[in-house]
Design a protein around this ligand. Structure first.
Ligand SMILES: [Zn+2]
Ligand SMILES: [Zn+2]
Length: 353
């Protein structure tokens, strides 16, 4: 059996580079030689204080995985070995992988909400993922990378797909005026969705400095710095017309309630960020103003991954967001930096190095 290097999660603070067998694809799967693999906030929080999601302690009910697990749910690569001709792919194709695997037949799958599949399994969360030299993936979650797109740019297609899904879920209509709270990696991907898929005027709120400057370069119409004057500054920008949609992408405590206080009557709030504690909101205000509160989770492979790759080919998003490409041996250091809030964009790994 051929061997490969993989970044394996054992417990909080314990990710090891190990030698594993190269996986053998089952029917419907293809073997991918991984060329770029990203880490995200979920990986960092599991590294810091997990496992909460990872199937290391108890067996995952659908995937059957139990025990140490290969990280990685944001990856791209080249199809190696045989692939079923009916899949539309051939050996040598460069592909981006969606993170989640859905059954295709349950109620939510038939409604095109495959991210809510009853049998949803996420690579790198519920079974071995792509932070390794090779990974086996169902061809149904793969999308071809357009010719000419760089590996680095394609490497952030999955998290951008999450941002595009969020932008779609926000219920923004053409001409709407939107407040986006949070311009970290997730907020920036949502901003890209709003500016590339919809015709909205977007104001971004975050701490002053590099994140807001990046948001302005990526098309934010206005930026507001967090601080004493933030609310007054927001009101000055939106005036009497008010805020149609607020997207909460910071996950900071109190921000959902802040949005409830600010949104226009009949307006929409989309909660993207995940606060670490339970949050209080003013239900009275929500009802009396008929405010719609929406949420968003992951992405729908068929709807979001292709457009993400297209947007990466036509914008400066990749150069703005990618902070470095490292060998797998750097994984623990980078997970620590991300968990400590010291990474403002995306870090990628090249397992072939
Ligand atoms: Zn992620
Ligand atoms: Zn399903």
């Amino acid at each position: 059996m051929e061997k490969m290097k993989a970044a394996v999660y054992h417990a909080a603070g314990d990710v090891r580079i190990e030698e594993r067998d190269v996986p053998t694809p089952v029917a419907g799967e293809a073997l991918i030689k991984v060329l770029r693999s990203g880490m995200c906030g979920t990986d960092a929080s599991e590294y810091k204080s997990g496992p909460k999601i990872f199937a290391t302690q108890t067996q995952h009910p659908v995937s059957g995985h139990h025990g140490p697990m290969i990280l990685g749910h944001e990856f791209i690569g080249e199809i190696v070995g045989d692939v079923d001709a009916a899949s539309g792919f051939v050996t040598g194709d460069m592909v981006a992988s969606g993170a989640g695997i859905s059954c295709g037949t349950c109620k939510r799958c038939t409604e095109m909400r495959t991210n809510l599949c009853e049998k949803y399994v996420t690579l790198g969360l519920n079974r071995d993922g792509g932070m390794a030299e090779y990974v086996a993936v169902p061809t149904s979650t793969l999308v071809k990378i357009p010719a000419g797109l760089s590996l680095d740019a394609a490497g952030i297609a999955q998290p951008l797909a999450v941002g595009l899904h969020a932008a779609r879920r926000a219920g923004v209509r053409d001409g709407d005026r939107v407040l986006l709270i949070g311009a970290g990696a997730i907020g920036t991907f949502v901003l890209a969705g709003l500016k590339n898929l919809l015709a909205a005027e977007v104001t971004v709120l975050d701490f002053g400095g590099s994140r807001l400057e990046r948001a302005a370069r990526l098309g934010a119409d206005h930026t507001v710095e967090v601080g004493e004057n933030a609310e007054a500054d927001i009101k000055k920008i939106f005036g009497d017309a008010g805020i149609d949609v607020i997207i909460e992408a910071s996950g900071a405590p109190g921000q959902l309630q802040f949005a409830v206080g600010l949104v226009k009557r009949g307006g929409n709030i989309l909660q993207v960020g995940l606060p670490s504690t339970k949050q209080e909101v003013d239900v009275h205000k929500i009802v009396m103003s008929e405010i719609n509160i929406q949420t968003t989770l992951a992405h729908v492979c068929d709807q979001d991954l292709g457009p993400a790759l297209e947007i990466l080919g036509s914008t400066t998003l990749a150069t703005e967001l990618i902070e470095g490409v490292y060998p797998l041996s750097e994984i623990s250091t980078q997970l620590e930096l991300l968990g400590a809030g010291k990474i403002q964009g995306k870090v990628l790994f090249d397992p072939s190095r």
